[in-house]
Design a protein around this ligand. Structure first.
Ligand SMILES: NC(=O)c1ccc[n+]([C@@H]2O[C@H](COP(=O)([O-])OP(=O)(O)OC[C@H]3O[C@@H](n4cnc5c(N)ncnc54)[C@H](O)[C@@H]3O)[C@@H](O)[C@H]2O)c1
Length: 342
């Protein structure tokens, strides 16, 4: 900590997610974005202007992380750069005692994340951006499952799909930068949701497809997995299917719950009844503002103050990356099941 009341924050990568992180820090409060960094000066300046407009204090602008870390005394940074930069940026900050909230996917491969874990040691002040675990509907589903009202989960289905206009010209379609296509980019969230709701996956099978011409990564994927408890989850994701959909459908031995992103609350029904009920937010410390990025910022700032990360830790990230590595191995081998740890 700097000794000042407000945590001093830096934003690394001033694009779309850099802006989202900066705005949520301002919303949650108790912190100030004092530095932003991006090699594209206009992008960095635009984010600095946005922060100034919202907080009244303009952060300093840097072109690279090394200069920023040398000049600033920070409590924490958000790493909002493309995936090829995540491990290096996170390690550089952590080695200077600066806590890190690193966007997803954690790294391009599980091996890259394991190398980072070995470099930074146990219990690092490092949280990853698998933000859907903070989505209000996912948190309500967790409450519902914990209460036992849905019974044991038999299967669940997670679907995230939309059309990604301009994908061809984006770093998201460059495997050297992104590490993979939608299976890495988006199913990182789906696997996190499955883990938080029904536990650790033990076997995975996957199929991928590229529907958009001229793309070097998969733009569509279907993954099935079975958890240690026997629950089966299916996950679909696509960048090629308008109109978009984002939903989680959970079937238990006593009832069903549906999370539809964009709706204010989860809905569920018990037994054979057709009548739907709605989930409730049960704690104001959770994503009370109705937004997963708000919940994530709150969790991370709490972790920085307490000196301990408890959500989306590096251990969680390694577990998710093992599943995604196995999904790629399965897809490359034609879709057969890969047993984790087997
Ligand atoms: N959690 C989510 O819901 C979510 C949504 C979208 C993207 N993301 C993730 O957030 C990260 C950023 O994605 P985005 O959509 O903001 O991309 P973006 O292209 O909008 O922004 C990335 C920015 O990083 C900058 N940059 C590149 N290398 C840098 C470096 N070494 N140092 C500093 N800045 C650098 C680029 O100039 C660019 O401005 C990615 O990992 C992406 O997968 C997460």
């Amino acid at each position: 900590m700097t000794g000042q009341d407000e945590l001093q924050i830096g934003i690394i990568g001033a694009g779309s997610m850099g802006r989202t992180h900066a705005r949520r820090y301002a919303d949650v409060g108790g912190c100030l974005v004092v530095a932003v960094c991006d090699p594209t000066t206009t992008t960095a300046e635009a984010l600095a202007d946005d922060v100034a407009e919202r907080t009244g204090a303009r952060p300093k602008v840097y072109a690279d992380l090394g200069s920023l870390l040398a000049a600033e005394k920070l409590d924490a940074i958000s790493v909002c750069t493309p995936p090829n930069d995540h491990a290096t940026a996170a390690a550089s900050a952590l080695e200077r005692g600066v806590a890190v909230l690193c966007e997803k996917p954690p790294t391009r491969t599980g091996a890259e994340l394991d190398t980072l874990a070995a470099r930074i040691g146990p219990d690092p002040m490092l949280q990853f951006g698998m933000c859907h675990v903070f989505h209000p509907g996912v948190q309500q589903a967790n409450d519902l499952l914990t209460s036992g009202r849905l019974g044991d989960v038999v299967h669940l289905n997670v679907r995230f799909a939309h059309r990604f206009d301009g994908l061809q010209d984006s770093w998201f379609a460059d495997p050297e930068i992104a590490g993979g296509g939608i299976m890495l980019d988006t199913l990182v969230h789906s696997v996190s949701i499955v883990r938080v709701l029904v536990g650790e996956p033990r076997a995975v099978s996957a199929f991928t497809h590229t529907a958009i011409p001229g793309i070097r990564v998969e733009d569509s994927a279907v993954v099935s997995l079975q958890t240690d408890s026997g629950t089966v989850a299916t996950m679909q994701a696509s960048w090629a299917t308008p109109p978009g959909s984002a939903m989680v459908d959970i079937y238990g031995t006593k009832g069903q719950a549906v999370i539809e992103y964009g709706q204010p609350a989860l809905r569920y029904r018990i037994g054979t009844k057709q009548q739907w009920r709605h989930g409730e937010q049960q704690s104001e410390t959770r994503s009370a503002a109705g937004d997963r990025y708000h919940g994530q910022a709150h969790s991370f700032l709490t972790a920085v103050r307490s000196g301990h990360v408890s959500d989306n830790t590096i251990t969680d990230a390694q577990a998710v990356m093992r599943v995604l590595d196995a999904a790629y191995a399965s897809a490359q081998a034609g879709g057969g099941a890969v047993v984790l740890g087997g």
